[in-house]
Design a protein around this ligand. Sequence first.
Ligand code: MN
Length: 414
Amino acid sequence: MSSTLKTWVEVPELSDFSIYNLPFGIFSTTSKTKRIGVAIGDQILDLNAAHSLRIFHGLNIDKEILVNDYLNDFIALGKNITNQVRLIIQEHLCDDSSPLRKHEPFIEMSDATMHLPVKVGDYTDFYSSIEHATNVGKMFRDPENALLPNWKHLPVGYHGRASSIIVSGVDIHRPNGQTKPADEPPVYGPSQRIDFELEMAFIVGKQSELGDAVTTKEAEDHIFGMVLFNDWSARDIQKWEYVPLGPFLGKSFASSVSPWVVTLEALESFRVNGPNQDPEVLPYLQYEGQKNYDINLEVLIQPESQNEASTVSKSNFKFMYWNMAQQLAHHTVNGCNLNVGDMMASGTISGKDENSYGSMLELSWAGSKSVKLNNGEERKFLKDGDTVIMKGHSEKNGIRVGFGEVRSKLLPAK
Ligand code: MN
């Protein structure tokens, strides 16, 4: 990646969507059906309109792939093609004589509606932050032995529900369910402990065959890109139902994702070393090189009818104990196959510092203390009308590559 790219598109100084990013998403307008766009500054490049200007000639991409409800068919073309598409766009946006400049196949972001970027096949949620797993273990099990014996030997995960993954801007209702008050029989009603989980998710871009294991070396070849991921959680439902098979209805009511898929290639210069893994992991989980990514993350809560949102957490994706390559290697080591459009979330991303915890469960230490908002209100868990906003960006040597945001409002129970 060169540090001297100069685009003729006007990009606001702190934009997440710099010329170095160029993430893919699905948008529509009042006059355009759903189609693929690329974000640049405050605008969206309509890929089909760009295609009509013949900038991708030679790549043999059908219009049906670009005017599409989802990115799946485009992603399935393979990185060989999708990387070229991104680089051709980058080149044209830096070339004063590009037909894109003359014909302007752009839409203002404010005039577009963003949609779920991929049709999610299978969804897996990991549990890969050591700080998060330690905090939860301390609260619910043993403060002295917070991590379960398997935790440092394999990336713990569970198979989640794909049908309720929704895009930023779609609001959710507080879920109803079964909970158990202490020393009383179970009751049915609205969850009293609604929480967010600050996560990131990656999208599988290349399938694998049933029976084949993907190595840590091959893993990133199978990852198209990443999104911000809010894994909504009902802690009281979760607490009562999770034994012995793990998360179920306390998790499956909704997870919200950001609309722009940032490619791994755009994140290349933000690679960093991961935490030291001790004890040494089994050979199939060992890896070479830098597999963690330095991505600043932030969670904000905006109460009903307030204009101001309060930051309640600042964390970083680089804290992850288990990296994405290890997660994929573990996921496939038994021969379970991957499909394009599968989504795999990191698990809650907490840091060491109390202000970097990635859930209200940890920030309020299971409801034992309050989190203060800027307007003086306090929260232990989320209140009806709260909007949860998550943001993420990488920055190095003046180059910024960001994810925009995922936001969703918690509506009262139905
Ligand atoms: Mn989760």
